[in-house]
Write a protein that binds this ligand. Structure first.
Ligand code: ADP
Ligand code: MG
Length: 262
């Protein structure tokens, strides 16, 4: 046994037999994977394969129909719910877990009536009760990290898509999350703006931040991820290192997928 490795790795997330049914259609059919601290996991797969639903189940934006999710060492307590299979048992537990997860969506979702700086300090001041001065000081650090310090007093509508997405990343970082979830963060951007957002994410990865990223940017996934999961019709069809997935795919479905995106 590689003792050294077993000491270093520390699972931050364990997804077990995750199932989700929408309107009697099972869209997740038993997803399994783990992520260790510092892992960058890329979720790839065709449209409708269940990538977003998997990501959203991690912070219970969708409640699983079956299975369990262990995150930061604790299993999210779920209980039977007649209509949907399961529901969250403890709002308190969920709140604590969510305060350690940052999420970035395809469509930015910044608050349009707040400046960039106000967007970033909103959760720290209103939810985490961090004093405003301190929250602003910290916001400036996050803004520098995403290269947007100069835009801090602008409203989102004055920013390009790439700038808005970088602001959304800074906002997600403002709770200093233990895990970042990204759902196709560059899919809504004009091609020339994709690079600046990927560069910020690359920085985060190199700092050792744990991240799970749904992406269609295969080169980026190959460069940044240490683990790639290929989802197909609600299951993890294949998983491995980027070189295993992109250069030695085993399953026919993955081979087809790789051929189609080349
Ligand atoms: P992906 O992100 O891989 O494109 P999704 O996880 O968004 O896939 O969706 C998987 C399947 O679940 C799709 O068929 C989609 O239409 C369906 N689905 C997702 N969300 C909902 C919902 N809220 N209600 C009904 N069906 C949904
Ligand atoms: Mg999706």
């Amino acid at each position: 046994m590689d003792l050294d490795k077993s000491l270093k790795t520390e699972p931050i997330l364990e997804v077990n037999n995750l199932k989700k049914t929408f309107n009697h259609i099972e869209v997740l059919k038993g997803i399994h994977f783990t992520a260790d601290k510092g892992d960058v996991v890329a979720l790839i797969g065709g449209s409708g394969s269940g990538k977003s639903t998997t990501l959203r189940c991690i912070n219970m934006l969708e409640t699983p129909t079956a299975g369990d999710i262990k995150i930061f060492g604790q299993t999210i307590d779920l209980m039977a719910d007649d209509a949907n299979g399961l529901k969250v048992k403890s709002k308190n537990q969920l709140r604590n877990i969510r305060q350690r997860i940052g999420m970035v969506f395809q469509g930015f979702h910044l608050w349009s009536h707040l400046t960039i700086e106000q967007n970033i300090i909103e959760v720290p001041t209103q939810v985490l009760a961090i004093p405003k001065d301190q929250a602003i000081e910290e916001a400036h650090e996050w803004l520098r990290q995403v290269n947007l310090f100069d835009k801090r007093h602008q409203y989102p509508s004055c920013l390009s898509g790439g700038q808005q997405q970088r602001a959304a990343i800074a906002r997600a970082l403002a709770i200093n999350p233990d895990l970042m979830l990204f759902d196709e963060p560059t899919s809504a951007l004009d091609p020339e703006l994709v690079g600046e957002v990927l560069a910020v994410m690359k920085d985060l990865a190199s700092e050792g931040r744990s991240m799970i990223i749904v992406t269609h940017e295969m080169q980026f996934a190959a460069d940044v991820a240490n683990k790639v999961l290929f989802l197909n019709q609600g299951v993890v069809e294949e998983s491995g290192t980027p070189s295993e997935i992109f250069y030695s795919p085993k399953s026919e479905k993955l081979k087809q997928f790789i051929r189609a995106i080349k």
